[in-house]
Ligand binder design. Structure first.
Ligand SMILES: [Zn+2]
Ligand SMILES: [Zn+2]
Length: 94
């Protein structure tokens, strides 16, 4: 079994020659962001391991693969409020 199979690695957005194990990505990005303060990359609000350029940041936020998970959690919170409140009023948790 190869140690660096492509499905377990990510390319560093700060330096394409950095190929990082997914399990070490967050750690690596934190360090690389500090070393490249002028790179102008934004950190995704849904996943701290997503560092994207300002140009694509808006698009990424709308299409982030982790966005759905967060939205679903919000929905579950809303349902919880509805049940406990018992007043028949659904308040949207934003
Ligand atoms: Zn890097
Ligand atoms: Zn993201």
């Amino acid at each position: 079994m190869p140690f660096l199979s492509t499905d377990r690695t990510e390319r560093c957005p700060y330096n394409p020659s950095h190929v990082v194990l997914r399990s070490k990505l967050l750690q690596h990005l934190t360090r690389c962001a500090r070393q490249h303060p002028d790179a102008g990359l934004q950190v995704c609000p849904f996943n701290a391991a997503h560092h994207v350029s300002e140009v694509t940041f808006r698009h990424h936020k709308l299409n982030c693969p982790d966005r759905e998970t967060i939205e679903r959690e919000k929905y579950q919170i809303t349902v919880g409020v509805f049940r406990d409140g018992g007043a028949g009023v659904v308040s949207l948790v934003m």
